[in-house]
Design a protein around this ligand. Structure first.
Ligand SMILES: [Zn+2]
Length: 573
């Protein structure tokens, strides 16, 4: 008790002393750095010592005015900002009182800024800072933001395709650190944040070339994204998996090799505390705002049982992915740990999303620092990672996805005259693979027996460049009485092209079967639109992406006035 009081008094006196000293010596504004990100622009003001500041906002034109007490300028002003959606210019202005330095942020729209101070980083990369966060929309900056500008469109199409059973598998790729937070720094002063972004971009590119897989990046440039927002982005994109990319470091140059961390809530070990110390505390210090801690505390109030259930699923899946990744990564780089390492890390704490964290190598090791920035090595890592991720989803396809459809479609009911080798040939599989998948001791088959045909051992083909505007891939559900020739003529395509696109070996179809067909837009079946209250021609034209004139012509309209309930034919571009 007494001890505590003395300590409190001591803290009080020291802070008094600090205030006196910082008042006695003038502070210095050393530099201003601007980090635009897709949904906010962060301005970092570097100062010689802790700053005493106040601010207010002005309208017409919109500005944020920040007064820095007892501060001189050594930085170069004004700063013209070209690539921010919200900030145009940072300049100085007449000081309200002697010794105060006034900064003016000229804005393009009204925003509620978020200002906070950051202490120097332990590694000494940065000193005292004042951060000015300018959200790009008027929404509160603490709300999870949509990851991509066309996110709503993506979500809609995903829901529709999920019903059709051919949804994409979404993989969130999280490039560690960024912006104000450099991550670990290599012996030749190379930053972890740059390696993680290049490697992540390559992984996303590889994944996007696989039909049925879509990558979403939690950051696309050199800016800071806090840990909660990273999982928010993954969650709002409905990601099936989150893969966080990092580079390891150690105080000595010796350790090298990659490792993979997986979520674990219970088992804490020295690896974890080392990692947390190095990555997270640093990230929090660099990111500031205290948001991470606040959120962690509320999470504790969530029903533990519910969390446990979700965690155990995510952990199990995460472990499988991690094992796959280690297997493939081990072929292209040295491994530091051959087994997945259990950890409890904020970026992995998305109970609903299986998550893994990949340390691609040790940036503190001179050889690996060089490798991590070598394009060919980054390519190898990206290929290994995307390959192992795709493999995992081939083995464990989430419901409603194209991968799942592919997998479930492969069942064969034995009919008279079937032989194992003929069936293998028919499905592009092998006798051994079918025997193994069905636990068969001999090659003898029974009529009526259902065989599981294992997924083709061939890797899934890489997509051709996506079609521009002329064609569109649609899914046709076979109705009673339909046959290939009829469907082909309906969409003005050939029977062969439908067979090829759907890898059909025979011409027999079943009712409810889903066929992918690439249709020329102009050959799409005619669309009809029933006019609703408040709709007008230009609105309808925009909805279908056609011109007003083409609607006028198709429907032989004499005037642009529409009646509610009127049926319009929509031309196919
Ligand atoms: Zn890191």
């Amino acid at each position: 008790m007494i001890c505590k009081q003395i300590r409190a008094l001591y803290v009080f006196i020291t802070s008094l002393l600090l205030m006196v000293t910082s008042n006695a010596f003038s502070n210095e504004l050393e530099s201003v750095r601007v980090w635009p990100s897709p949904d906010e622009t962060r301005v970092v003001v570097d100062l010689k010592s802790e700053v005493d500041f106040s601010y207010f906002t002005l309208s017409s034109p919109y500005r944020v005015v920040v007064d820095l007490k007892n501060t001189n300028l050594t930085a170069k002003l004004p700063v013209l900002v070209k690539d921010s959606k919200i900030l145009a210019k940072i300049r100085s202005s007449t000081a309200p009182s002697k010794g105060t330095y006034r900064l003016v942020f000229e804005l393009k729209a009204k925003v509620t800024p978020n200002l906070f101070k950051l202490k120097p980083t332990p590694g000494g990369q940065y000193g005292h800072r004042l951060v000015v966060d300018l959200p790009h929309s008027s929404r509160s900056s603490s709300k999870p933001n949509q990851p991509v500008s066309n996110a709503s469109a993506t979500a809609v199409s995903k829901d529709a395709s999920q019903l059709a059973g051919n949804a994409d598998i979404i993989v969130a790729i999280d490039a560690g650190h960024g912006g104000e937070d450099p991550g670990s720094i290599g012996p030749t002063r190379k930053y972890e944040k740059h390696a993680t972004l290049s490697i992540s971009r390559k992984i996303a590119e590889q994944l996007n070339s696989v039909p049925g897989v879509k990558a979403v990046m939690t950051r696309k440039g050199d800016y800071f994204v806090n840990l909660n927002k990273r999982s928010d982005i993954a969650r709002s994109s409905k990601a099936h998996l989150l893969v966080s990319i990092h580079a390891d470091s150690f105080r000595s140059a010796k350790p090298r090799g990659g490792s993979v961390f997986v979520l674990n809530t219970r088992r804490a070990n020295t690896e974890i505390s080392r990692w947390v110390e190095k990555h997270e505390e640093q990230s929090e210090l660099l990111g500031g705002a205290g948001e991470v801690l606040a959120k962690t505390n509320t999470d504790k109030n969530v029903s533990q049982t519910l969390l446990d259930l979700q965690f155990s699923h995510s952990q199990k899946e995460g472990y499988k992915v991690a094992t796959n990744i280690l297997k493939e990564m081990g072929k292209v780089t040295r491994l530091h740990k051959k087994e997945p390492v259990h950890a409890s890390l904020a970026v992995l704490k998305s109970p609903d999303i299986p998550s893994v964290l990949v340390e691609t190598g040790f940036i503190s090791n001179p050889t690996e620092e060089k490798l991590l920035f070598q394009r060919s090595h980054q390519d190898k890592l990206a290929r290994a990672l995307s390959k192992s991720i795709v493999q995992y989803f081939e083995q464990n396809p989430p419901e409603g996805t194209l991968f799942a459809q592919r997998k479930t479609a492969k069942k064969h009911r034995v009919v008279r005259g079937d032989s194992l080798s003929a069936i293998a040939k028919q499905y592009g599989s092998s006798t051994q693979a079918i025997m193994k998948a069905n636990n068969l001791k001999s090659s003898g088959l029974k009529i009526g027996q259902t065989l599981i045909i294992p997924g083709s051992s061939k890797p899934i083909a890489i997509a051709k460049a996506s079609n521009p505007v002329e064609t569109e891939e649609i899914t046709h559900t076979v109705k009673s009485g339909e046959y290939l020739g009829k469907i082909a003529s309906k969409y003005k395509v050939s029977v062969a092209s439908i067979k090829q696109q759907n890898s059909l070996k025979r011409e027999t179809l079943w009712v409810g079967q889903k066929l992918k067909i690439t249709v020329k837009l102009k050959d799409l079946p005619v669309r009809k639109h029933k006019v609703k209250r408040g709709e007008f021609l230009s609105k309808i034209a925009k909805k279908y992406g056609v011109t007003i004139d083409s609607i006028r012509k198709t429907n032989k309209l004499r005037s642009d006035t529409l009646a509610v309930g009127q049926i319009l034919l929509i031309p196919n571009k």
